[in-house]
Write a protein that binds this ligand. Structure first.
Ligand SMILES: [Zn+2]
Length: 246
């Protein structure tokens, strides 16, 4: 029996240091992506053990490494997989559908723009809803190219300051959404002032996540590490107004 690393409901540190994964962790990570791609949902622990022929301790250690790197998100303090970014195990407002009909839930608006990195040369349709009016926001992409956006004014909105992302990934992901227009962002921010943040067109959203999308299939890359100010700089370089964070 292994020990739990965090009390129930509490996040431990994630993306804190850049470490190399063990071979087991790399195998589990690849397996999780492949399982989501095939089934549209997360495997349970027993299935991981059986399919990879790992024991309980090996599986838990691998998952714990992946959690520390933010490549897996548990329901805090449990062993239940909530997300394997860009995939969400829980239905939410962001769906990604491939041409062959396979469908996934993406963890947030940003992850919805990177999921197609797993589907080279496939046209994918991303459907979400505006948190303000619940009307659809729909766009299509192939590889890193945006093919259509409806409505035309739709934007990505980030309602958590990047320095607070790691405090609670459930809150962070829930606050990264597509809105039908800048006007609806303003209306929603009036109603939820603690989520006031930064917005930019979906086209820029594809560029924002370009780096993440590019390395998705690199199983040898080390853990993600939070670098203070990096996201603010990259959004500014793309032309986004980040005054809400300054
Ligand atoms: Zn709206």
């Amino acid at each position: 029996m292994h020990r739990f690393h965090n009390p129930y409901g509490q996040y431990g540190p994630t993306s804190a240091d850049r470490f190399e994964f063990t071979e087991d962790a790399k195998r589990v990570r690849k397996y999780l992506y492949e399982y989501f791609l095939a089934h549209g949902m997360s495997p349970d622990l027993a299935t991981i053990l059986e399919d990879l022929q790992l024991d309980q301790e090996q599986t838990w250690e691998a998952l714990h490494q992946l959690e520390r790197a933010n490549f897996v998100v548990f329901v805090p303090g449990t062993e239940d997989i909530l997300k394997v970014p860009p995939f969400s195990a829980v239905p939410n407002r962001h769906t990604v559908t491939a041409e062959d009909g396979r469908k996934w839930y993406a963890g947030c608006a940003g992850e919805a723009t990177t999921l197609n990195a797993f589907l080279p040369e496939v046209r994918v349709t991303i459907r979400s809803t505006c948190p303000d009016c619940w009307q659809p926001v729909v766009f299509e992409a192939r590889d890193r190219e945006l093919l259509s956006v409806h409505p035309e004014d739709a934007v990505v909105h980030i309602g958590t300051h990047p320095k607070d992302f790691r405090n609670d990934w459930i809150v962070t992901c829930d606050s990264i959404n597509f809105f039908c227009s800048p006007e609806h962002v303003a209306e929603w921010e009036d109603a939820v002032p603690e989520r006031k943040g930064v917005m930019f067109p979906i086209r820029m959203g594809m560029k924002w996540t370009e780096g993440t999308a590019r390395v998705r299939l690199d199983y040898d890359r080390p853990a993600n590490q939070y670098v203070p100010g990096a996201m603010e700089k990259s959004l500014q370089a793309l032309g986004a107004n980040i005054s809400a964070w300054q």
